[in-house]
Design a protein around this ligand. Structure first.
Ligand SMILES: [Cu+2]
Length: 118
C-alpha cells in the first residue's frame, strides 16, 4: 500500500474524531483540569484518581520510568502502551458512579490503581 494516502486518511479521521469529541463533550475541555497519572519507581501516582460521574473525560498517563508500560483496565476497556518518557491521553467514556481498577499489564507486581467516579 502507498504510504501517504494512508497517513492523510488517518489524519482526517483523527481530526474528525477530535472535532466530534470537542463538540459532544465540552465538559473537561480545559486541559488544565485533565486528571493525570504518572508511573515512576514501580507505581502509579496518584494510586487513586477521582473523576466526575456521568460525563466522558480524559486522563493523561505519563511513563516516567525507563521501560514501556501498558496502562490497562478491564472495566474501562482500555489498553494502551506508554513508551518510556512519554505521555498519552486516554479518552474515557461517561462512567456510572463506582470504582474502576487499572494496572500495568507489562508489570503485574505493580500495585493496581483506582479511578473513582462520583
Ligand atoms: Cu494488555
Amino acid at each position: 500500500m502507498p504510504r501517504k494516502p494512508t497517513v492523510v486518511k488517518a489524519l482526517v479521521l483523527i481530526l474528525g474524531a477530535s472535532t466530534a469529541l470537542v463538540l459532544a463533550a465540552p465538559s473537561f475541555a480545559d486541559d488544565g483540569a485533565m486528571p493525570q497519572l504518572r508511573f515512576e519507581r514501580g507505581s502509579f501516582a496518584p494510586a487513586q484518581l477521582t473523576v466526575p460521574a456521568n460525563k466522558p473525560f480524559k486522563v493523561k498517563v505519563t511513563n516516567g520510568s525507563d521501560a514501556a508500560i501498558e496502562f490497562e483496565s478491564f472495566e474501562l476497556h482500555r489498553e494502551r502502551v506508554v513508551p518510556p518518557g512519554e505521555t498519552i491521553t486516554v479518552h474515557m467514556p461517561s462512567l456510572a458512579p463506582g470504582n474502576y481498577q487499572f494496572f500495568d499489564d507489562f508489570h503485574h507486581q505493580v500495585p493496581k490503581g483506582l479511578i473513582v467516579s462520583q
